[in-house]
Design a protein around this ligand. Sequence first.
Ligand SMILES: Nc1ncnc2c1ncn2[C@@H]1O[C@H](COP(=O)(O)OP(=O)(O)OP(=O)(O)O)[C@@H](O)[C@H]1O
Length: 987
Amino acid sequence: MVAVEPWIQTETPSFPIPECATWPGPAIPQDAFAALPPSEPACASCTSCGSEILMLFNYISLHTLGKTKTKHRSPKKQNKTTGHTLHTFVFLSFIFDIDLMVPVPEPHPITFYQQMLQSSFQDKFLGAEEEEWAKDTQNLANIYTELYITARCDIQIPAQHEVRSFEKAWKPTGAEKPIQPTDLFKHPSEEDKTIKTVLTNGIAGIGKTFLVQKFVLDWAEKRFNQDVHLIFPFTFRQLNPLKGEKFSLAELIHECIPETVGITEESKFKLLFVFDGLDESRLHLDFYADDNRSADVTKPTKTDVLLRELISGNLLQSARIWITTRPAATNQFPREFVSNITEVKGFTDPCKEEYFKKRFKDEEQANRIVSHIKASRSLFIMCHIPVFCWITATVLEDVLKTREGGELPKTLTEMYTEFLVSHIDQTKEKYGPEKSIQYIKSLAKLAFHQLEKGNLIFYEKDLSESNIYFNEASVCSGVVTKIFREEQGRKGKDKMFSFVHLSVQEFLAALYVRIKTSSKKIHRISIDRALQSPNGHLDLFLRFLLGLSVQTNQGKLHNLLIKTDSSPETNQETIQYIKKKISENLSPERSINLFHCLNELNDCSLVEEIQQSLRSGSLSADKLSSAHWSALLFILLSSEEDLDVFDLKKYSVFASEDAFLRLVPIMKEASKILLSGCDLSKRSCSALSSVLSCQSSMLRELDLSNNDLQDSGVRLLSVGLGTPHCRLERLNLSGCMVSAKGCTSLASALRANPYHLIELDLTYNHPGDAGTNALSAGVEHEHWKLKNLRLEHGGEQRLKPGLKKYFCELTVDTNTANRNLKLSDNNRKVTALELQEPYPTHADRFDTCLQLLCEYGLTGRTYWEVDWKGVVDLAVSYRGIQKRGDSVDCKFGCNNQSWSLMCSEVDHYSVWHNNTGKDISSSSFSSVSNRVGVYLDWPAGTLSYYRICSGSMTLLHTFKTTFTEPLYPGFGFCTLSYGSSVSLSSQ
Ligand SMILES: Nc1ncnc2c1ncn2[C@@H]1O[C@H](COP(=O)(O)OP(=O)(O)OP(=O)(O)O)[C@@H](O)[C@H]1O
């Protein structure tokens, strides 16, 4: 027996394999495994899966190798066969019927086959640029730009049409964990454990196929993943035509990956099966179907069943599986078969630039293109999608070549119009203008009808319905190859087609409508239809349709469009109609699309109005209309501002609860929401609950401390917390008036969804025994992730509203009182007098400054109130403030040891720290008030002073700092204001 690799070991127990006698070929040479590292198996000791592989490759050697030797290959492919090594030559000779010049003894060590496959894949994947539709793109290794990939712990099924999601200014967030492609199969927490099945999710054109190709190329060029012996890359497009046909697994592999034909070795290989494009699958992949019997690798089985068995792990249990898909198809895949989910997010901002720099070798040209794209926010955002970068690069390259110094396209419609025009121009001369125009028209028809049906992949039959006949199309392929691609089906059957990107299909569909009708009404009808769509699937179509009514775009496509009545006046009517719609109560997503439409129509008036008010500081939340609110959200969502952290205090102009509720779409983008002390009530809890339960919620941290949410609010919040989509890790409800009832709601939410919350802060509440027990019991539970439950500083007083819950009765420290300060009213009143008191000498006594300190140092949250008269300093100070003399080191507010509010019946208020003062405007105070409230939140580093008048509080000032020692409240007076006094108020 030899060492079995851990990832095989963990899955099936070892048992002795059948005797080598079952091997039908020549005996295995002694040195067959010589090229393997010492930990690799030196002989065929095996697990159950090992024996499956043994049978698989025995079968290959017997049945398929000979058969495929005679297979006919296309001359085009033959030209590509410039083998890298002797092995490659030998291997390729099997495929291409080239006479063997050097006989190679069989069977070979695994490294032999590995090298053959790797050499062959180098040819295949380096040559990715040879794809028909992308003839001008460069070599994969040269153009490949790093993609941002994240690990997710669940599958996201978008409620929206995926095209919409590419409008957002996506940025890496703290909530997401980026991973390298080389770590796809590494366990996130346990390094020595590998993962069996990875599902990689990503919207259309985001780079999934490129990622797969680069992964395989890196393996083939021995850069990464060398622990995998063999990689078998499939695409669902390839597999679709095989639906219902019967193959053994080996035959299926050979059928789709001819490069594997030579493999005849038996052993326990580490295999990786890659299946690209689950969303395009037409196979019957019902994992719970009745016919799910355990399949035999060697017996002909229906392709659909083989795949299901392989993916579900019933076949080749130790093989790794990697599936890529667009989000819409993720729900086809049962969660229990996925060990890890990753998402391709596209290019980060620096990578967008890098892409263009790779694509344009001329540095000056590259810089010009990058700065043009950056100048148009919408284009720059969209460039996180690689296919959009490709379209942009293609267009701009052409425009720069043909129009020296000319305007570059700025809107989306302008970009796609140029894209189309450049292809028509390139091919007109070759095939004649009529034919090329006719084909574009036919493609537009196809695009429209298939979009209506929701189809992204079409067959020859669909083409002929739009008068496209394959043979002619291929003759004229120069016209269409860049916008339309053909996937080579099997043996010439079932050819499949798609547009290079869904957005191209949507553009052509809009063009079709423009070709067909010049009616004024079409704008309104299309706007209404797009607004009715629950998932926004017509949003982009609408933008193109309206963009195509702009005269400059129409001028460029005059060969295709009939004369329309899209005069500037008609467009003005459309603009007014859109503005009217925006002012109605639309969902944020729909209204944001309408702003994009206005942009396509070159109308930016609404957005400019808001931007102007933002710049001048005249924006006031209560004066904003619905349309202005939508404009504001549009600006915020598409701004460069980092939306990862939502801090309501940053949006001070919206600090009312009503305004806060309007900002929910922004909160949905955040991973951290900071709402401490924002006067929120239970109304806000329902909104936050919807953010928590939103499918795409990235929220990990929510700080609601110091809001009087009460149990009713916490109950609403718990609804969101308990939903499976909520992945909140930290929740701060400190000082939210929560009693046992609220704790019980939280506990039941956590019973439903115990997997994410790690930290729960319930300090300064009143959980009582019942609340404490309900939550503490959960912490002990093995499924609960909650580790840090904080319940300190509890008590009945915490159920009081506002800052009163932190009320504290201060006691003066008589040993610190200056002799000119008289204490009366049971030491609760301090008055500055010219006449000295006979206090004994004490080291802590202020000998010159008319000041005193209170007895206890404060380190938590404390609130107190005082009544004052004359001119007084209401201060907090470190204990070590100097007590001798009258220098700045002694005086409250004049050093770095103390902070003070100076109240004067003449000059009103000023705040002081470190000898720097700031007056507080008194113009807003209509009447005199001599009561001040002081709130110290020592851990948060805030000290706030409030003016209290007839029971209402007005914030005067907040100091924000980091306190390093306990703080002692203190009172100070100046020598010229004898008679001034401070009285400590009781609760
Ligand atoms: N990492 C990358 N570096 C450079 N270009 C890329 C990269 N990824 C993708 N592209 C460009 O974008 C195009 C589309 O990418 P790809 O086909 O991989 O997307 P996809 O996610 O598989 O899309 P779909 O879901 O539509 O199949 C590529 O042909 C290439 O031009």
